[in-house]
Each structure stands twice: as structure tokens, then as C-alpha cells.
Design a protein around this ligand. Structure first.
Ligand code: GDP
Length: 606
């Protein structure tokens, strides 16, 4: 007979990016007297989290806790992006209920669908929070209808469809069950959580079982396992065994510390029991999905399913002639160790060796998933070179090629809708829905992942910056046919040296430059895009001939350089072809030919 605890609630908070999770949680902290989320400086703010702030996305899940009405409410934040889908699933499993935030103006978005699907699969019934009702022109009622329709489409059961709804504004700090109210406080939301979300089930006298959902690192204590206790108790100093799966031998370990979330941080506790979400330190070889058990009763909980990678690229030791000048070039074994460390924590990421000892193949859930790692390594001061991303194909039973397909939405003002349609159709997209939303068109497509490279930039250019594009992995489907990736060639530097304004001036008519005067060069570096199809070799170091100095007097003023097109890491990754690499250093992102020597390239081309 299983009972439920009533002193605790575990809820996940799920939403499309920007629908207001952070602001709402901040408000809850403020109203319950806990420390504000944005106000506090946390010891564990890593570079990764700087990236979260810059990119406006949650990459790693966090658990924070609020005390309300004598009950500890653990709020489990989830990444909003499908590239971190493995993580969404794992953390949602720690919860007994969830808050689904939907922007009253934007309504249901691709990531709403993605996170909601995960929550429904985990058997949760959402409390739907129609947020940002302070916005003019928002349509709370249609947002609720859209959530209902989406849930039906996702196969929700009747008891899940009977979801409670709250309307309000996280920013203005009110939530009500009544759609027209525009004042009050956020407490109705917490009341709804206490009333609607069941306390965690517990079995009396059952032996300890705790499943690890996430791994954190600390320089002081090493690996920290984050997970929920499903049965029994765990205490400081306790001996335990760790089971990876039923076939492997259980490993012995000892719990150094048990910590429970409190506010934004956590507190050490003597013991914790079934239903608690805890951090456990002291077990060196712990991994995600492992079960921590009572030594007398080793039994693995069912493994947490992990989303398969859809994209891969090579990570290599830098072979750039500029190696070591802007960062720390990695040795092969350091690169391997760094990547292995990442994979231990980032379970949807895989690493494999290649025929070259200094190159590894890393696969992940999408370009963002991999580029966040590259950016993190770069901020650690490292230099590396990465290859062009390619999607991972599967085969069906009849040997037909399947490819990853994404679900993409584009919001644009009416007048650009047909331009967007053309652009998408050229890339083998199929329109699946088209809805007008207050002067805008909300277009939904399915599109091969490989055709989304460079798409955001193309959409922005075609719509004068107006398009809002979102995409998430949808499914593996039959291959939709070839699409040329880049129709123009590269301008490749012929030699080492420093780029000279005069030379760049002469080159800029032939295409678009990626570098400005003074940029360091090497043979094989891509300095620009050629306006024509083939690659050309250029000399950006050529000075004006001295003998012409007098004749050309005054010509210097005529040198007007167009500012170079500087690429972000993602843009560079999407841009390069199969025979090219991105050189990543803490200071620069460069694109280069894989083979730097022109003769070698010619030979390889044969
Ligand atoms: P998250 O990505 O879901 O964590 O979203 P944030 O909390 O960071 O909010 C995204 C943006 O929406 C920010 O610019 C907020 O200021 C804004 N925002 C958040 N809540 C509200 C709200 O209730 N009303 C309005 N009008 N804007 C909001």
C-alpha cells in the first residue's frame, strides 16, 4: 500500500523559450520571501550559464525550492530547447506535476509541443498557466484552446485533458483562475500547486532507491549526483551500492553529504527520504540514470530513455599555423579527456574515435547542442578545429534512407508570407499549418534538419529582420532528396602574413570579405565568399607597388572598405563545406580549408 507525503511537492516548470519561466519563478521567490533568482550571485555560475543568459535559453536544469504553507515546493526548471531534450525528459521524471507556461499572445509554439509531449509521456497532468495577459491584443482563450487541441493531438488521456488553468502575468505578479482579472498576487498559483499536484508516493519501510537525473561537478567534492529518492531513506555517511543496470555488478560507495534544495541553493541535511529531490556527494563514479540503493537490496530502476543524436561533426586538435597564439592548443589525449568528461554529464552526446588519432567524432541532438559545447571549450581558453556538421541518417527495415526532420514555425507579417513560403519550399519543407495571428502569419512546416543550416539568416534577410523562426526535432522520415548546400566558392588566402587594406579593396568586388585589414593570414584560410561558384586563391597581403606611389597619390582616399561579414560560431558551422573546417580560439572564429596546401587540395580533388 503506498501512501503520499504531504510536506512536499515536486513540480517541473515547462515552456517555450521566453514565455516567462524565469520571471515567474523570480516573482514566486519574491512573494514567499525566498531569495530572488536574478538578484543572487551564485557560486556555481559557470561559463555555461553565461551562455544561457546570452542565448536566452536554459541549458542545464536547476532545482530550486520555496516554502509555502508549511510545504516545501521543489521547482524543477527544464531546458526549453529540444536540443537538450534528453535533459527535459530526465528532469521531468523527478516531478509529480508540472506548470505549463504559455504566452497569451504567442500561444502554442514548437517547444511548447515538445516539452508538453515529454510531460504527458511521464504521466503528468499540467497546470496550464496562461502568462503575459497584461500584453495588449493577447488572446488567453485561444491559447487555452490551442493547448487543449495540442494535448488531444499528443494523445493525452481524459484525466490529463481536465487540466486547471490560471491566467496572469509573471511580470506584474498576479495569477487568477478568472481570465479577466488584472490584479492580485501569485499565491493562487501556489495554492493550485498544493491542491492539484499530488505529494510524492512513498512506501513505508522500503529499502533506499534513488535515481540520478543529473550530474554536477564541484572542484571541492567532485561529482554531485542530483536525483529523486523513490523509496527509503538516505543519510550522511551511509554505505550504498550503485547499480547501472541489472546486468552490471553493483559498485560500493559511501554518501559524503546529502543536500536538499532551498531557495536557489541547497542545505546539508542529516537524512532525506522518498519523495525528496537531493544532491549526493562522495560517490566518484556515479553516472546519469544510475540507481543508488541500500547495500542489501541492489535493484536498478528502469533506465531513463535518452534521445538519440541526430547530428555529428569532428572535433580535432588544431592544425592551424596560428596554433597557440590565441589560446591553449589541446593535445590529442586532453581533447579526448575533455570530450569524455562532457559525455559523462551530457548523456545525449556521444564521442567516437576516427581513423585519425587527433580527431574525434562528436554527435548530439542538434547544432545548438554541439555549438554550446564548442563555445564552452573556447571560453575555457582552448583552441580546436571542428568540421562541418552532418546529419545522422537511419535506415528502415527495407533499407530506405531516413533522415531527421524538424518541425519549424515561422512568424512573419502578412506581406512576407509568400517570400517565406518560397524560401522554405526550396529547402524541401512541407507546409503543415498556416494560421493568421493578429496581422501576422504563423506558418508551420516540416523540414529536413540538413536544410535548416543557414535558414535563420536567410529568413531574416528575406523579411527585413521580421521573421521569428523556431525549430525542433520531429522524427526520422524518408529522405526528401538532395539540396545544394552552398552555391558559391570561397576566396582562399595564398600565403601567410597580414591582410592589407589595399589588397582587400581590390578583392571586395569579387565577393564578400570575412576579414578586415591587419587580420593574420595563413595559406588555406578562407578570407571571403567568392561571387562565383568556384573557389579562388587570392593574395590579401599584396601592397601597392612603391613605384606607383607618386602617380597614385590621392588614390588612398579612394580606398573605402566595406565592413567584413563577421560570422558567429553557428553561422560559420552552417556555412562551411565538407572540405572545410572552423578554427575556434578564445579570440576568433576562422574558416579554413581542411587541406591548407593548394596542391594537396588539387590532388585530393582528383
Ligand atoms: P524564459 O525564457 O521563459 O525564462 O522567459 P523570461 O522570464 O526570461 O522572460 C522572457 C521575456 O518576457 C522577458 O523580456 C520578460 O521581461 C518578458 N516577460 C516575462 N513575463 C512577462 C509578463 O508577464 N508580461 C510581459 N508583458 N512580459 C513578460
Amino acid at each position: 500500500m503506498s501512501a503520499r507525503r504531504d510536506d512536499i511537492r515536486n513540480i517541473a516548470i515547462i515552456a517555450h523559450v521566453d514565455h516567462g519561466k524565469t520571471t515567474l519563478v523570480d516573482g514566486l521567490f519574491a512573494q514567499t520571501g525566498a531569495v530572488s533568482r536574478r538578484g543572487e550571485i551564485q557560486e556555481c555560475i559557470l561559463d555555461r550559464m553565461d551562455q544561457e543568459r546570452e542565448r536566452g535559453i536554459t541549458i542545464t536544469a536547476k532545482v530550486c525550492a520555496i516554502d509555502y504553507g508549511g510545504i516545501r515546493v521543489n521547482i524543477i526548471d527544464t531546458p526549453g530547447h529540444a536540443d537538450f531534450g534528453g535533459e527535459v525528459e530526465r528532469v521531468v521524471r523527478m516531478a509529480d506535476g508540472c506548470l505549463l507556461l504559455v504566452d497569451a499572445f504567442e500561444g502554442v509554439m514548437p517547444q511548447t509541443r515538445f516539452v508538453l509531449r515529454k510531460a504527458l509521456e511521464c504521466g503528468l497532468k499540467p497546470i496550464v498557466v496562461v502568462n503575459k495577459i497584461d500584453k495588449a491584443g493577447c488572446e488567453p482563450a485561444s491559447a487555452v484552446d490551442a493547448v487543449f487541441d495540442l494535448m488531444v493531438e499528443l494523445g493525452a488521456e481524459d484525466w490529463q485533458l481536465d487540466f486547471p488553468v490560471l491566467y496572469g502575468s509573471g511580470r506584474d505578479r498576479y495569477m487568477n483562475s478568472e481570465p479577466n482579472a488584472r490584479s492580485g498576487d501569485l499565491l493562487p498559483l501556489l495554492d493550485a500547486v498544493l491542491a492539484q499536484v499530488p505529494g510524492p508516493p512513498v512506501e513505508a519501510d522500503a529499502p533506499l532507491r534513488l535515481q540520478v537525473s543529473n550530474i554536477e561537478h564541484s572542484d571541492f567534492v567532485g561529482r554531485i549526483a542530483v536525483g529523486r529518492i523513490y523509496a527509503g531513506e538516505v543519510a550522511t555517511g551511509q554505505s550504498v551500492v550503485v547499480v547501472t543496470d541489472s546486468s552490471a555488478t553493483p559498485r560500493r560507495g559511501r554518501v559524503l553529504e546529502v543536500r536538499r534544495p532551498l531557495g536557489l541553493g541547497d542545505e546539508a541535511v542529516e537524512r532525506a527520504s522518498a519523495g525528496d529531490v537531493v544532491r549526493i556527494t562522495g560517490i566518484a563514479d556515479i553516472g546519469i540514470s544510475d540507481t543508488i540503493c541500500d547495500p542489501e537490496h541492489p535493484a536498478a530502476l528502469p533506465a531513463i530513455p535518452i534521445d538519440e543524436p541526430t547530428i555529428r561533426m569532428t572535433f580535432g586538435v588544431t592544425s592551424s599555423p596560428l596554433a597557440g597564439q590565441e589560446g591553449k592548443p589541446l593535445q590529442s589525449r586532453d581533447l579526448k579527456a575533455r570530450l569524455e568528461r562532457e559525455c559523462a554529464r551530457n548523456v545525449a552526446m556521444r564521442i567516437a574515435s576516427t581513423e585519425r588519432p587527433d580527431v574525434y567524432e562528436v554527435s548530439g541532438r542538434g547544432l545548438l547542442h554541439l555549438s554550446v559545447l564548442i563555445e564552452t571549450m573556447r571560453r575555457e581558453g582552448l583552441e580546436l578545429q571542428v568540421g562541418s556538421p552532418t546529419v545522422i541518417y537511419h535506415e528502415d527495415e527495407r533499407g530506405h534512407r531516413l533522415e531527421p526532420i524538424e518541425l519549424a514555425s515561422v512568424d512573419v507579417p502578412e506581406e512576407f508570407a509568400s517570400k517565406v513560403m518560397n524560401l522554405m519550399l526550396e529547402r524541401r519543407a512541407v507546409l503543415s499549418a498556416m494560421e493568421p495571428r493578429s496581422g501576422h502569419q504563423h506558418l508551420t512546416f516540416t523540414i529536413p534538419s540538413r536544410c535548416t543550416f543557414g535558414l535563420r539568416t536567410a529568413l531574416l534577410t528575406a523579411t527585413q529582420g521580421e521573421a521569428i523562426y523556431h525549430a525542433i526535432f520531429h522524427a526520422y522520415e524518408p529522405y526528401r532528396g538532395d539540396v545544394p548546400r552552398r552555391s558559391v566558392g570561397a576566396m582562399i588566402s595564398k600565403c601567410a602574413g597580414e591582410a592589407v587594406g589595399f589588397a582587400l579593396f581590390n578583392l571586395q568586388d569579387r565577393g564578400t570579405l570575412f576579414i578586415g585589414p591587419g587580420a593574420p593570414l595563413y595559406e588555406g584560410l578562407i578570407v571571403g565568399e567568392h561571387a562565383k561558384e568556384e573557389d579562388i586563391i587570392v593574395n590579401p597581403t599584396r601592397e601597392k607597388k612603391l613605384t606607383n606611389m607618386r602617380n597614385a597619390a590621392g588614390a588612398d582616399e579612394a580606398i573605402k572598405l566595406t565592413p567584413p561579414r563577421l560570422m558567429t560560431l553557428e553561422e560559420a558551422l552552417e556555412y562551411i563545406g565538407d572540405d572545410e573546417l572552423v578554427e575556434v580560439t578564445p579570440k576568433n572564429i576562422r574558416m579554413r580549408k581542411a587541406l591548407l596546401d593548394a596542391t594537396a587540395r588539387k590532388r585530393a580533388g582528383r
